[in-house]
Design a protein around this ligand. Sequence first.
Ligand SMILES: [Zn+2]
Ligand SMILES: [Zn+2]
Length: 211
Amino acid sequence: MFSKKCPECKKILLKDVFVDSQGNKNPRGKYCVDCKEKKDRELCERHFNGLLYAEKEYMKKYQIMFGDTWKTKAPPNIFLLTLFMELHSCPYCGKSFKIDQNSKDYFKIRDEYHIDHMNPLNLGGEDSLLNAVCVCKNCNLKKSDQHFDVWLKTLSNQQRVIAEKIYIEKLGYPPIQFVPSEPTPRSSGLRYELLLDIEDIIKMKNNGQIY
Ligand SMILES: [Zn+2]
Ligand SMILES: [Zn+2]
């Protein structure tokens, strides 16, 4: 018995194209290597879509809690995928996000991309969605705590225009106008209201219980 049937593609294949649950070659594995990869991709995508859906729910809840100013209240660290989907490439170096947007692998995205506070927290920048952008890890590490106006000068002409445009669109003023101040504390995790149903948040809002 050198061959067996893959339950996914229904093909009779040589046993040496079968892999185990970790993706390693194994004649006793359930699926052929192609089907295993396809299944993994589908699982990744479902995971990604589930997390993106959760972020959208959080946004709705922030909007209910704070109305038009919700973006200034929402900490960016719970919106990685939303910020990732917002752009097609790193605003600082131009590296394409496209490959990853197709693969939708949350863990890969989390490892390779960072949320950058355009006005650094250490210079008193807001810990808010308005002040945040998804960038490649390299650029985030290079930028560190530099004032955005100083950082812009290190970028290529093309990226400088793009990055400055994003900054102005989000924050509503040119980078030169940002005046550094005392460091901003990082927000500490999830607000418990985000775990409630929307109706309960509306009730709390109407009772003046949300600050
Ligand atoms: Zn197969
Ligand atoms: Zn970059």
